[in-house]
Design a protein around this ligand. Structure first.
Ligand code: XMP
Length: 319
């Protein structure tokens, strides 16, 4: 019989076999997948693993601190925290095309990993928390013509010049299975139950040009929205919820003043594997409370809309 404990043991053996006495660098994105991959690989090869958490400046509020403290306090896994926000934000300047954003971010991650590998005296492998749906959606539309929907930041292999090979122990798994594996490995429930967060981060939640100022505005709106979701006891009923900052300004009125600020879209979906999704049917009271708080508390946003599109035809992220 197939069990997750059996899967874990088989993967540990497989990783040992693949890696031998080589060194592995694992990119932590702050999400569940890469964290589970890291802990699994650590169980397999211990200190041959170095984790690298790349703060690209496109994280949500408090995210970098949460990941670093989870790894430093709960595990003894060697962890390097790289602040690369200047390089990422600098490189995104003037970039508005969604695929160009994704490709730039993917390449930038690779160059940070390369630099870190050099710093630890060379690494033979790069580990990532790639899942089965990431692979499918980056490659083609099942059954249809071969069209890339989105280039996932961590799919597509490594550049030729790199002498590293990939270790991707979760490549056969869906999200719900990764969570089961995470629990099996003893990761804290609050971490395992976190909503997915894409590697390219807030960059794909800011259609148009990404700036630090827009990231700051979006972080504030997003954290109010999630706080309201938690207060309403809805976090675990939702697959993923987030705010999007639109490159559209509209006219509003605050007190006696005219405002001309950005529109914020709220998204919340239910899903099993992220491949298809339904809109989460908030009640009007919830939505108007969230909208009122965001407009009142976040300077730069004066209008809030709710995204009522399922997947398909929409995707979960806006880019
Ligand atoms: P879409 O927007 O394609 O998203 O419907 C499906 C799920 O995948 C997440 N996502 C990503 N995760 N790297 C990731 O690690 C990426 O490049 C990426 N793009 C989308 C998305 O948040 C959703 O959970």
């Amino acid at each position: 019989d197939w069990t997750m404990a059996g899967f874990r043991d088989a993967k540990i053996a497989e990783i040992r076999e693949q890696v031998g006495d080589g060194k592995v660098i694992c990119g932590l994105s702050g999400g569940v997948d890469s964290a589970v991959a890291a802990v699994l690989i650590y169980e397999a090869i211990g200190e041959q693993l170095t984790c690298v958490f790349v703060d690209h400046g496109l994280m949500r509020a408090g995210e970098a601190e949460q990941v670093v403290s989870l790894f430093r306090n709960s595990y003894n896994i060697p962890l390097v925290h790289v602040d690369a926000s200047k390089d990422f934000l600098g490189g995104l300047k003037g970039v508005t095309d969604p695929e160009k954003k994704r490709k730039f971010i993917g390449a930038e991650f690779i160059s940070v990993f390369e630099a870190e590998a050099k710093r630890i005296g060379g690494a033979d492998f790069l580990a990532q928390g790639t899942l089965y749906p990431d692979v499918i959606e980056s490659v083609s539309f099942t059954g249809g013509p071969s069209v890339t929907i989105k280039s996932h930041h961590n799919v597509g292999g490594l550049p030729e010049r790199m002498n590293m090979k990939l270790v991707e122990p979760l490549r056969e798994l869906f999200k719900d299975e990764v969570r089961v594996l995470g629990r099996e490995l003893g990761l804290p429930e609050a971490f395992v139950a976190r909503h997915p967060f894409p590697g390219p981060g807030l960059a794909i939640r800011i259609p148009g040009e990404v700036t630090e100022e827009k990231c700051d505005i979006l972080r504030k709106a997003d954290s109010i929205y999630l706080e309201e979701i938690r207060n309403a006891g809805l976090y675990d009923a939702i697959w993923q919820a987030f705010a999007v900052l639109l490159p559209v300004q509209t006219v509003g009125v605050m007190g006696d003043y005219r405002t001309y600020d950005f529109v914020c879209a709220l998204r919340a979906v239910t899903s099993v594997d992220g491949m298809t999704a339904d809109v989460y049917p908030f009640d009007a009271v919830f939505l108007s409370r969230a909208a009122t708080r965001i407009v009142n508390e976040v300077q730069g946003i004066n209008r809030v809309v709710y995204d009522y599109t399922s997947k398909p035809p929409g995707t979960i992220e806006w880019e």
